[in-house]
Design a protein around this ligand. Structure first.
Ligand code: NAD
Length: 488
């Protein structure tokens, strides 16, 4: 098998073969089995949490600057090994190597580097209550303990890094459960962290499906859970975490609007709309899947969009000229094709709408990049998250109208506005109900910028200084400088 790891799990600084049931891990482009992964048994889940507890006792006492050095070295190792990890990521997800070489381990390395710097600069506050010799308080920023990270399958190592880096920077330990669909690259991260000098047990990986995730969420020795996944899973995780009052961060789904005004550069807006729907074969949570185009430019927009969509290159994901890979799994392909059928019934299909045939990859999970011309905002393809290369095109007349329509969703992950009128751009994003907005671009998520959603799209923020708030807690210390004035 092309990508069999040394062990399925990573616990106490070493691979663990795992005694649980073994599951085949297929390459989405061919359906060939590239690895067999054992899912964690309840005892192995306990062992991983116990390992993290031991790791936490070492790591919480490690100087913050040293924590930073370890994370920084891990960033260098991910960059050194970028090609090998990217090939694993391509085999596991089906995403073209053209993307994984620049967007996966590379962005994980940026994240480790950013939080390496944060680790050494974490501070508390001083709060004075009177003059120089009076009482005062100070705050200490302390870790939470054992944190659990649960990943989705679209950006496996990036998600692992977005959770591990801030958690470890703050002095926590982590048990990470990758998606059962993409189990491999979290193991590469674990090995890189060990090589960088991370004490054993501080970062552990266990494999499995929802039941393993739920066991981690319920575990009494876990202080916090951060999930990336669907909104329905977010509700289950938050409900499970409530029983033991754990902290939660939820990065969930979306149905985000991308609004193109008539003064925008059409070429730029078309490029953004394509990136916002076809990159990673549309499997991006923040995708701008409802593209609202001003009625005055609709025809020109469609002309250029279709010409550029026709030219997309589907093919061997390991060929660096390939732009579009298969979907991640057979089940997901069937779900997306189901939406294509609903789209055919309710909208005009401008391009695509079915399975894609790719010579030499007949067994893979391919679908065509698809554009629906949508007359009613209530169409299923314009309201539900498809998570495939499916763009819904809608038209609008004015600002108030498009704002109301863009906000008419329970999701609220992201939004984008294209206009040359910058006052309008800022006015629009102030009114849009979303956690992350872009003006004249789309889907850029540099580590320095907090990322997350509102409503059904999630709770809390990853990245930026905001992530520190979600992986640490403040202890207040009151210091008396004078005698106690007791009335009895
Ligand atoms: P999913 O919700 O099916 O699974 C996510 C993870 O949760 C997996 O590891 C799964 O094993 C685990 N899980 C499932 N049931 C669980 C339970 N009861 N308790 C604990 N863990 C459980 O999502 P997916 O299909 O892997 O990923 C696609 C979804 O993720 C989309 O909705 C997408 O929008 C979302 N997503 C969000 C972001 C973001 O940052 N907001 C990023 C990527 C993906």
């Amino acid at each position: 098998m092309r990508a069999q790891p040394e062990g399925s799990h990573y616990v106490d600084g070493a691979y663990l073969a795992g005694a649980g049931e073994r599951h085949p891990d297929p390459y989405p482009a061919t359906a060939e089995t590239i690895a067999e992964i054992a899912w964690a048994t309840p005892d192995e889940v306990d062992a991983a949490v116990a390992s993290a507890r031991r790791g936490f006792e070492v790591w919480r006492k490690t100087a913050p600057a040293e924590r930073g050095r370890v994370l920084r070295r891990a960033a260098d190792i991910l960059r050194r090994d970028n090609r090998a990890i990217s090939e694993i990521e391509t085999l596991d997800t089906g995403k073209p190597l053209q993307e994984t070489l620049v967007a996966d381990a590379a962005s994980g390395a940026d994240c480790l580097e950013y939080f390496a710097a944060q680790a050494a600069t974490l501070t508390g506050d001083h709060i004075g209550f009177s003059g120089d010799d009076g009482d005062f308080a100070y705050t200490r920023r302390e870790p939470l303990g054992v944190c659990v990270g649960i990943g989705a399958w679209n950006y496996p190592i990036q998600i692992a890094c977005w959770k591990a880096a801030p958690a470890l920077a703050c002095g926590n330990a982590m048990v990470f459960k990758p998606s059962e669909v993409t189990p491999l690259s979290a193991l590469s991260l674990a090995r890189a962290l060990s090589e960088a000098g991370l004490p054993d047990g501080v970062f552990n990986v266990v494999q499995g499906g929802g039941a393993v995730g739920a066991a981690l969420v319920a575990h009494p020795d876990v202080a916090k859970v951060s999930l990336t996944g669907e909104s329905g899973t977010g509700i289950k995780v938050m409900t499970g975490a409530a029983a033991t009052l754990k902290h939660v961060t939820l990065e969930l789904g979306g149905k985000s609007p991308l609004i193109v005004f008539d003064d925008a550069s059409i070429d730029q807006a078309v490029g953004a709309a394509m990136l916002a729907n076809f990159y990673s074969t549309g499997q991006v949570c923040s995708n701008g899947t409802r593209v609202f185009v001003h009625e005055a430019i609709k025809d020109a927009f469609i002309d250029r969009l279709l010409a550029r969509t026709r030219a997309l290159r589907l093919g061997d994901p390991l060929d660096e000229t390939t732009q579009i890979g298969p979907l991640v799994s057979a089940g997901h392909r069937d779900k997306v094709l189901g939406y294509y059928e609903k789209g055919k019934a309710e909208t005009t299909v401008l391009i695509g709408g079915g399975r894609a045939e790719v010579a030499g990859f007949e067994n893979g999970y391919w679908v065509e990049p698809t554009v629906f011309d949508v007359a009613s905002d209530a169409a299923v393809v314009a309201t539900e998250e498809i998570f495939g290369p499916a763009m819904s095109l809608l038209t609008f007349g004015d600002e108030d109208e498009v704002t109301a329509r863009a906000n008419a969703t329970r999701f609220g992950l992201a939004a984008g506005v294209f206009t040359r009128d910058l006052a309008r751009g800022h006015r629009m994003v102030a009114r849009l109900r979303a956690g992350t907005c872009w003006i004249n671009t789309y889907n850029l998520t540099p580590i320095e910028m907090p990322f997350g959603g509102v409503g059904r799209s999630g709770l809390g923020r990853e990245n930026g200084g905001a992530a520190i708030e979600h992986y640490s807690q403040v202890k207040s210390v009151y210091v008396a400088m004078t005698d106690i004035d007791a009335p009895y």
